[in-house]
Write a protein that binds this ligand. Structure first.
Ligand SMILES: *Cc1c(COP(=O)(O)O)cnc(C)c1O
Length: 423
């Protein structure tokens, strides 16, 4: 891709952007000057689709006017509300509809998947994960290990960047899997690392783990809605994600889980059960049918009835993804947007900043993690003053995530101009 540092060039890229009208579909938070902030924090909390308000109000109205009858009302009855999310979700993660379920929140889903897939034996009891991982995942995995009466120091294998590096080579991950193959029960990796923005080779990690007879799962919090996914074809065993980051479904919105067809249809797999994982034909026989009969799909891991008010905005948001044509056109713009950001950062010079995210667009999503060599806290303040919303990780990393649905090339240009002025 050929880029230029001129402002006109940024404006030209925006004019040529086939997705430029999608920005209009989102509520853009305003700065003190009344102008939209340069919102690069979609990796933390995605912006609200304007269509979310009406869809939530519709359910408030249903509650107000129908009460309990809204469970079986026409339209999108609450009783089966999760089904409205199934197909668009499956499209986003490259799954068959029966392999996905929207339920709970992310860390809860991770625990539920581990309850099924982490079955340590005397010889196979280890879990491999990356470091640094998102803290919640580390807490979850360590307590899963302890829950089975094992010690994390014996059972946890960590894949770390080599000395002096920030990202992890796929070869090193594969080597580590092979080294511990006989003892590993589960490989549990991120799709995109929250800190560095590195997109891992899900297909290769999956193949390497399964060659050793190891179950493999992914936390796709920073990957879903950001990078193209083919979970079914890649043969991933299970995956979990949240939907308030790149999926723009709002704070604490319902999360998702993927269970590969070969497991999803296996009703013999152990799991933590609740009535909504039960066969709908016998679900309401309550005291008459005390035996749990799981649905032969990812629905069999659902425990409770669907949280309507946290699902409604996700419906609105998934419709926007579909309208944009799915991940392919979004990824095409995203790759340009982030490569343009990288180009402009390189123009400023590497003395001030180091991008710790991989340079290869195939090894990252939209986020760049920028290590500021000098006065990082002052820089953060300068960015805030300039109307940039991004985030900061101690001691000196600024994470910026220009997203293809609502960010522009001109915003990227303005952002880097602020960086260039930093002393
Ligand atoms: C955002 C994020 C979480 C947050 O977990 P919740 O259960 O949704 O609060 C967990 N893990 C990763 C990797 C994340 O990026």
């Amino acid at each position: 891709m050929h880029f230029s540092a001129d402002e006109d060039f940024a404006l030209q890229l925006d004019a040529e952007d086939p997705l430029r009208d999608f920005r209009e579909k989102f509520c853009l938070p305003l700065g003190k000057d009344g102008k939209p902030l340069i919102y690069f924090a979609g990796n933390s909390l995605g912006l609200m689709p304007k269509s979310a308000r009406a869809i939530v109000e519709e359910e408030l109205d249903n509650w107000a006017t129908l009460g309990v009858d809204a469970h079986n009302a026409t339209g999108t009855p609450w009783y089966t509300y999760h089904e409205a999310l199934r197909e668009p979700t499956a499209r986003l993660v490259g799954a068959k509809p029966l392999e996905v379920i929207c339920m709970n929140s992310l860390t809860v889903n991770l625990h539920l998947m581990m309850a099924t897939f982490y079955r340590p034996t005397k010889s196979r009891f280890k879990i491999l994960m990356e470091e640094p991982a998102f803290p919640s995942d580390t807490y979850a995995i360590k307590t899963q290990i302890a829950h089975h009466g094992l010690a994390p120091r014996d059972a946890l294998v960590l894949a770390r960047p080599s000395n002096g590096e920030f990202t992890i080579q796929t070869e090193d991950i594969v080597d580590l899997i092979e080294k511990h193959a006989d003892q590993l029960a589960v490989v549990m990796f991120a799709g995109v690392n929250f800190f560095t923005g590195q997109l891992f080779d899900i297909k290769r990690i999956t193949a390497a783990a399964q060659a050793g007879g190891i179950v493999v799962g992914f936390d796709l919090a920073h990957a879903v809605g950001n990078a193209p996914l083919k979970l079914h074809d890649w043969n991933v065993d299970f995956a979990v994600w949240c939907s308030y980051k790149y999926l723009n479904a709002g704070p604490g919105a319902v999360a998702g889980a993927f269970v590969h067809e070969r497991h999803a249809t296996n009703t013999k797999l152990p799991r933590f059960a609740g009535w909504f994982g039960n066969d709908p034909n016998t679900r309401f026989r309550l005291h008459l049918e005390p035996e749990f009969i799981p649905v032969a799909s990812a629905d069999g891991w659902q425990i409770s009835n669907p949280p309507i008010f946290s699902m409604a905005p996700l419906r609105a948001s998934l419709a926007v993804f579909d309208e944009a044509g799915g991940m392919e056109p979004l990824r095409a713009k995203s790759t340009r947007l982030t490569s343009y950001l990288e180009f402009l950062l390189t123009e400023i010079g590497s003395k001030k900043f180091t991008v710790i995210t991989p340079r290869n667009p195939d090894e990252r999503g939209c986020q760049l993690s920028i290590l500021a060599h000098e006065h990082p806290k002052e820089l953060l303040r300068e960015l805030e003053t300039a109307g940039v919303k991004c985030d900061f990780r101690e001691p000196n990393v600024i994470r910026v995530a220009p997203t293809p649905l609502y960010n522009t090339f001109h915003e990227v240009w303005r952002f880097t101009r602020t960086l260039a002025q930093h002393q």
